[in-house]
Design a protein around this ligand. Sequence first.
Ligand SMILES: Cc1cc2nc3c(=O)[nH]c(=O)nc-3n(C[C@H](O)[C@H](O)[C@H](O)COP(=O)(O)O)c2cc1C
Length: 349
Amino acid sequence: MAPLTRSRAAEGGVPTPLMAEYYAQRVSAGLIIAEATQICAEGQGYEGTPGIYTGPQIAGWELLTHAVHTCGGRIFLQLWHVGRISHTSLQPGGRAPVAPSALRAKAQTFIGGRYVDVSEPRALEGNEIPEIVEAYVLATRNALWAGFDGVEVHAANGYLIDQFLRDGSNMRTDEYGGSIENRARFLAEIVQGVIAEAGEDRVGVRIAPVSAVNDAHDSQPEKLFTHVVEVLDRLKPAYLHVIEGQTEGPRDFDPSFDFAALRKQFHGTYIANNGYTVELAAESIAAGTADLVAFGRPFIANPDLVERFRAHAPLGSTDATTLYGGGAKGYTDYPALSDTRCHVTSGIA
Ligand SMILES: Cc1cc2nc3c(=O)[nH]c(=O)nc-3n(C[C@H](O)[C@H](O)[C@H](O)COP(=O)(O)O)c2cc1C
């Protein structure tokens, strides 16, 4: 199950028993990658997203991982810093969001139930960068403490790490900007630190090489991501999770980009994602272009997606109005084909 932001955390970014119920309903995924979760207060860019840097947040996650494990599932946490994809109203002290460079993204965020333009960011000082790397390491420690089986570093979709990677958002002149090697340094330091904390086999990395979501763009994506994957292959995370094409958009968004070559370059597990049907997933695995396939949107309305695939059963449709925020409606009330699901709510409520 691919990470899906649903914006239902309680005040202070605290995960709730309802979130535990939602994930426990989806354990037949095999591996769940839980929604993007901010590693520090400045890392938040949307209302209602959870964090992994305070005691109450860790306690909330502990209930949730316990529910998932009790039901036989496995769950990683996606570690997130949004960088410039934020709004002053979500930042500590109403300050400007941080970014590699003071360039405002042509993007929107979700606040007060509606979309608003993101705020103008300020460029991070060189001495602030190691503090953010350290925040990823602490978030990893907290995630493992809370019972997660591992963590996924979110380096996709135009958020902070992706902002460092791409020359459309990184104009730095220090060792974190300029050449491709320099722009990949921030990601490399984070993955190295996170692996030192959790071990190679408990760390994954997610990238979206050609996705333009959140105003992400680079003049040479193929060259950039060839280097990124070379670096990651040396650091040896358990898996590389790749959004192929435009996130939630066409898979052939940039047909010149060779994902098969990228897959060959990485010697660990390659998880493919974006617009896969069960048929395409089976074909890709048979052809060796992926080791695993992650499904995102189909899991929203189909808690028992795997059973439905097995039974060739029709898939339920998603209510677009309940994707972000709100309660149980459009979250935990999508029915399964047969009610064989694990019930854990009484134990965790
Ligand atoms: C409601 C929603 C929330 C999402 N939240 C995240 C997220 O938190 N982190 C992330 O990396 N991708 C996120 N994505 C992207 C999905 O993980 C996935 O890459 C995308 O939906 C394409 O896969 P699919 O065609 O199987 O849905 C989100 C997508 C949707 C529809």
